[in-house]
Design a protein around this ligand. Sequence first.
Ligand code: AMP
Length: 410
Amino acid sequence: MKIKPVRGTHDLFGKEVRKFNFIVTEVKEIARKFGFDEMITPIFENSELFKKPLGEQSDVVLKEMYTFKDRNEDELTLRPEYTTPMIRSAISNGLLNNLPSKFFGTGQMFRRERPQKGRYRQFNQINFENFGTDDFFADIEMINLANQLLKKILPNNQITLHINTLGSRENLQNYKKVLSKYFKDHQNSLSIESKSKIETNPLRILDSKNIQDKETVLQSPKLIEFLSQSDLKSYEEIKDCLKDLNISISEDLNLVRGLDYYCHTVFEFKTDAIGSQDTLIGGGRYNGLIKTLGGKDIPGIGWAGGIERIMLLLNDVNVITEDIHLCIKDPSLKKHALKIYDYLTKNNFSVYWNYKYNLKKSLSLASEKKVKYVIIVGEEEKKHNNYILKNLSNGEQKALNLNDVLNHIK
Ligand code: AMP
């Protein structure tokens, strides 16, 4: 019986897993620099956690969630995103008493989307969240952090920051009504998919990729006309500070983001280099969400990035090879080889045991792997209780006892 992987899932190994780990290491490093604590939450949650906050009419809730009943008939969902679980965890564990609270996490998310390049049904996200402040500096901090991370991981790629403001939740409600009316009046020129969103989710029509919708969207009422003076002012201040940080921005009045909980600043980091799934990182403010989930009425801001999408742009990361290969001439010498194997690994060296027991094969594997040293274990060495240490870069070799091998390679 040959069991196939589930559609939309993928395994990571070799080069790909090295890229993955490299990204996670950089995420942890940037989190340390900006003072974010790691949080790890369960992969599944009670389904109600996601339904209302993400929007009962959002694509994620309507079509993409992996929801199932367990034996107790409890309805559970594999997390499709990380912001709501992190908020749930902060509330459950009383982490919102000293504000602001800044958390990050990495882990698997699940959405039953149509698989394509850069889009999977199980994928990994990086998440940064800041709970409890309205200070516009938090918006800048979030964007700056994302920008620094991408620059560090992908120094040679052209990545553009798209930014918009949605204003307060109340403004947004008013705007949605106006937008619904406008699209209703122009429904004949909309695609079938967009038509279905007129009443329930008109904002999503704004970022429709269907050419048929383009002209109608272009002529639609603009959100910016609904913003208050103070919202506009802080948006201007954010853009100004980003300029001071040399972060170039592309203002995008149709950027609304997919999930219902966003308001005020929204942003995406995009690339031209990986096809249609071009957003590497997306995020924004979600004032009101923490209260919706049963917490205090405090604001929040965060972003999520796709690790697999970043991997598509990442060239090979350096392969970490072992320091030393053991070349054991014959299986009868295992016990003698074991002594140096144990000694060196306990002294922090990585040593590779290749199970070949054949000098020629062992040496050729060692040079293929580009290790610097090999240790040759033969009958003579066993007799004299020593080992031959050979430096593959200059060909020099010496017979040495345990201690001297260590001193030499140190
Ligand atoms: P979202 O939560 O939809 O804002 O997504 C945040 C980021 O996660 C996106 O910008 C992508 O980089 C990544 N992402 C979202 N959905 C998928 C998916 N199905 N497969 C791979 N990456 C994804």
